[in-house]
Design a protein around this ligand. Structure first.
Ligand SMILES: *[C@@H]1O[C@H](CO)[C@@H](O)[C@H](O)[C@H]1NC(C)=O
Ligand SMILES: *[C@@H]1O[C@H](CO)[C@@H](O)[C@H](O)[C@H]1NC(C)=O
Ligand SMILES: *[C@@H]1O[C@H](CO)[C@@H](O)[C@H](O)[C@H]1NC(C)=O
Length: 219
């Protein structure tokens, strides 16, 4: 009698075992991954494809100094500078031997916070550029791909269709102060292009990430 009960218990256990094995991953409540906070300072080389025109961008993100730089090499074309200050002022300029132009734009938002991706919606995993990535969407305007293993950004895609591939990601790299000086013609009163106000959506289409973010994306 005793042995029969023991057998019954074993049978019940064996019967239920697959059920437990199947449910355990669900019951473990795997946490939804969050994007890594951006390092306070980094240098990144980006390849950007925007409306089929290619750019190589040197991105210098420098949060402690409240500044961000996009140095944009258009393929076989102009080298242009997009210098952004956390006080809302951006300088867009070109230097000799290209035409010496400058446009100063004032925004009512600063540069991106290192945690600007907080609150992004997790979409799952995807292989992009040969890296297995976690994918998030932020405020309907950017899809952000981060390497599952190293947690470095691999690619981001704007709703405009602009795609940025991250080629290098040097944490802690800082561009020397002397390089953050906009040229003197950015400060001349006669510059017809100065003090223009543009919508941030417009700036997305100009190819920059940092200011090209609708206000809702700011933490
Ligand atoms: C750039 O994007 C366009 C449009 O999506 C695509 O046809 C083209 O192949 C891309 N170029 C590169 C170099 O990825
Ligand atoms: C913001 O800071 C930059 C760099 O110091 C400066 O050139 C610019 O005039 C400042 N803008 C405002 C609105 O104070
Ligand atoms: C430079 O300026 C000249 C004169 O305004 C213009 O014709 C030319 O297209 C400009 N070049 C570039 C690369 O913007």
């Amino acid at each position: 009698m005793g042995s029969a009960t023991a057998l019954d218990n074993v049978s019940v256990f064996l019967l239920l075992l697959p059920l437990f094995l199947q449910l355990s991953p669900l019951m473990a409540e795997e946490p939804v991954p969050c994007p890594a906070t951006w390092p306070d300072q980094f240098h990144s080389v980006l390849f950007i494809n925007r409306s089929s025109s290619l750019q190589k961008v040197d991105l210098w993100y420098d949060w402690p100094n409240g500044r961000n730089f996009n140095i944009i090499q258009h393929q076989l074309g102009v080298l242009s500078y997009d210098l952004e200050w956390d006080n809302g002022t951006s300088f867009y300029y070109t230097l000799h031997p290209f035409n010496t132009t400058c446009k100063v734009v004032h925004f009512d938002v600063g540069i991106l916070r290192p945690n600007w991706l907080d609150g992004a919606t997790f979409l799952g995993h995807k292989n992009v550029d040969n890296f297995l990535c976690n994918v998030w969407e932020k405020a309907d305007f950017i899809t952000y791909y981060e390497d599952v293993v190293t947690r470095r950004p691999v690619m981001w895609v704007f709703s405009s269709g602009m795609v940025a591939h991250v080629m290098t990601f040097e944490v802690g790299a800082v561009l020397e102060d002397a390089n953050w000086q906009a040229p003197v013609y950015c400060f001349s009163e006669t510059d017809t292009g100065s003090s223009l106000l543009e919508s941030s959506i417009d700036v997305v289409s100009h190819g920059t990430l940092i200011r090209g973010i609708p206000h809702t994306a700011y933490a």
